[in-house]
Ligand binder design. Structure first.
Ligand code: GAL
Length: 640
């Protein structure tokens, strides 16, 4: 089977009498994988050091008897009530200094020794018991690190760990004071223990401390995950290990979290996003984190419970969401969840079965997905021709000091991505400093942190024919989030053949203060077929040295200044875009950087392991188009 389908199942939530019937239904509907146990710690260890895995073994045997393969989870997102009772300090402290109450999930702080000890212990126990079970094919560590704003904690354990982390990073207090520039507002630290963590203050805290705290907090969960992986590997040989990443999530550095995993998993809830384009972008990110097939470990099955409104999902939509994931590189789609819950916090969440055990939409749709893919070979995604750089430290630096209310790194990346998606041009995401071999065009959105090593490397790639497009806010700050003393963009002037004259935060039109101070509204092309387009949020005036000017500001205070440049370097070109266009697709088309051919049917391209090439056509609308009904999908063998 080219693509596996499965479901999340919670035997601990259902009477035992249900289990055999549920397992049979799963098989009949065509599922082959079941994910178990991520929230079942209290049933595995009902009191300290007392273990009960027999119920889980029974459930696994029943499922395995129907031919289902098991993905087991370490149950660490939900410490049992006895544990938080014994150690109340396990619960996180929020930025306001208030300790979070138990009673939901993900309440633990990743730096509390009592939690770590118990969490690693239960991970060992479950792995000892089931690590070599023939039905167990792999592991999910924990569940969705960071969900519900839980990446960062502000407790005393974290404060102490942060000090140790800083000591390791900077070595001496002098080095830290220097890197952070602590002489500003008289903050020179003369003892590690004096260093604050984020909290409620009169005015903002040091952007350098805030950026390091984001890195430290992400690293807390990288370490927590790595420790569990180290426990599982020897106890469960030959099984893969993954973790389920989330939509629109950026408090964790997913590049780093992905490093220790065999592959990335993703929880695909398109109703949390703005539409199929943003879903596609998140799917592409998931493939990119390891440049290999990923799993959808949770697929939205219909309406969820956690929106302001939870509209119905049209017929065919869940099937199409599943195929969209496949078209973007997923090798398994696991539906969340088998049964709609009848107790607890997610009762309104749909599943394959309704409360009364009758089939819901997803029952039929998951069945169709299984049938759709049954005759396909194993499919993988080819490398794209376009790359977009995506970096968490850049995102965090801008989040800490956006300098414009609406400047969001994620939105910028999303808008650039949309320019390519509109034209069915596949995109891979790449980390800062990546090897660009094989790409034709690479966009670097707002790389605010200076990275001189990558400039050298990328210059060689440009000389050999690559097209590198930098946007505004390039190479402004050191890694410690302090400004440079060099002309902007630092170290990039020669490659792009231009310098920055100045940068401007552009207020929205509705902003009535100081109207005469607006930088302007439009830019226009220099020479060629003249076009004008509006820009927003950010503008930079450029001074070309060896580059050719490409765009000039058309009005306002910046009229006639240069807004974009292009520099021929060897047989390639380096572009610099100084303003944020209203519409990236229009800009890319007008500058002839992409063909002018927007298509309503979305295409995916996949390679079969039998040498075949496949095209996936997807209709994300309710109206028929190109021989496809609304929300329909078609796989066509192109060659091979
Ligand atoms: C996910 C989570 C699941 C469930 C689901 C509801 O974020 O991993 O446990 O809560 O959301 O949509």
């Amino acid at each position: 089977m080219s693509v596996l389908t499965g479901c999340a199942y919670y035997p601990e939530q259902w009477p035992k009498e249900y289990w055999p019937t549920d397992a049979r239904i799963m098989r009949e509907v065509g599922l082959s994988v079941v994910r178990l146990a991520e929230f079942a710690w209290d049933k595995m260890e009902p009191s300290p050091g007392v273990y009960d895995f027999d119920w889980l073994e029974e459930a696994i045997e029943i499922l395995a008897a129907e031919g289902l393969k098991i993905v087991l989870c370490t149950p660490t997102p939900t410490p049992p009530p006895w544990l938080t009772h014994l150690h109340p300090d396990i619960c996180r402290v929020n930025e306001q200094g208030i300790r979070i109450s138990p009673g939901a999930r993900r309440q633990p702080c990743g730096n509390v020794p009592a939690f770590q000890e118990r969490a690693f212990n239960i991970s060992s126990r479950i792995a000892e018991r089931f690590g070599q079970h023939p039905a167990v094919i792999g592991w999910q560590i924990d569940n969705e690190f960071g969900v519900g704003q839980t990446t960062r904690c502000y407790c005393d354990h974290c404060r102490r760990r942060f000090h140790g982390w800083l000591q390791q990073k900077y070595g001496t207090l002098d080095a830290l004071n220097q890197a952070w520039g602590t002489q500003f507002w008289g903050m020179t630290y003369r003892d590690w223990s004096y260093i604050p963590i984020p909290g409620i203050t009169t005015e903002p805290q040091s952007p350098s401390m805030l950026l390091d705290y984001r890195r430290f907090s992400s690293n807390t969960w990288e370490r927590f995950q790595r420790k569990q992986i180290d426990i599982l590997r020897p106890l469960s040989p030959g099984r893969w290990i993954t973790h389920n990443f989330m939509i629109r999530h950026w408090s964790l550095d997913y590049w780093k979290l992905a490093e220790d995993l065999d592959f990335v998993s993703y929880d695909n809830y398109p109703h949390g996003m703005s539409g199929p384009c943003e879903t596609a972008m998140n799917l592409d990110l998931m493939h990119s984190f390891k440049q290999r097939p990923f799993w959808v470990m949770e697929q939205q099955p219909g309406p969820v419970n956690w929106h302001l409104y939870n509209p119905p999902v049209p017929e065919g939509q869940v099937r199409l969401w599943s195929h969209q994931a496949v078209a973007h590189g997923a090798s398994a789609v696991v539906y969340f969840r088998f049964r709609a819950g009848r107790t607890g916090q997610e009762q309104y969440h749909r599943g394959l079965l309704k409360w009364d055990s009758s089939p819901d939409h997803t029952y039929y749709e998951s069945q169709r997905v299984g049938q759709d893919v049954a005759s396909l070979p194993n499919l993988t995604r080819p490398q794209a021709k376009v790359g977009i750089i995506y970096d968490y430290s850049d995102l965090w630096s801008i989040e800490i000091e956006p300098y414009h209310r609406d400047f969001s790194y994620y939105t910028l990346v999303n808008e650039i991505y949309a320019g390519f998606w509109k034209h069915n041009i596949a995109v891979d995401f790449l980390p800062r400093g990546a090897d660009l071999t094989g790409y034709e065009t690479v966009i670097v959105p707002a790389p605010i942190l200076i990275h001189l090593g990558e400039v050298e490397k990328w210059r060689t790639w440009v000389e050999q024919g690559g097209r590198l497009i930098y946007t505004f806010r390039s190479y402004v700050r050191h890694a410690s989030n302090t400004a440079t003393d060099q002309p902007l963009p630092v170290g990039l002037g020669e490659l792009i053949g231009a310098r920055l004259r100045d940068y401007y935060s552009v207020p929205p039109e509705s902003y009535t203060d100081w109207p005469d101070h607006r930088p302007g509204k439009h830019v226009q092309q220099i020479g060629g077929a003249k076009f004008q387009f509006a820009y927003k949020i950010w503008a930079e005036a450029l001074e070309p040295t060896t580059a050719q000017p490409l765009l000039t500001y058309a009005d306002g205070r910046l009229a006639n200044q240069i807004a974009a440049t292009i520099n021929q370097v060897g047989s390639g070109e380096a572009l610099y875009l100084g303003c944020w266009p209203e519409n990236f697709a229009d800009l890319l088309e007008s500058l002839q950087l992409i063909p002018d051919a927007s298509q309503s049917i979305k295409l995916g391209s996949l390679l079969g392991d039998d040498g075949s090439t496949w095209q996936v056509e997807m209709n994300h609308t309710s109206s028929p188009s190109n021989g496809l009904a609304g929300y329909d999908v078609r796989y066509t063998r192109i060659e091979g």
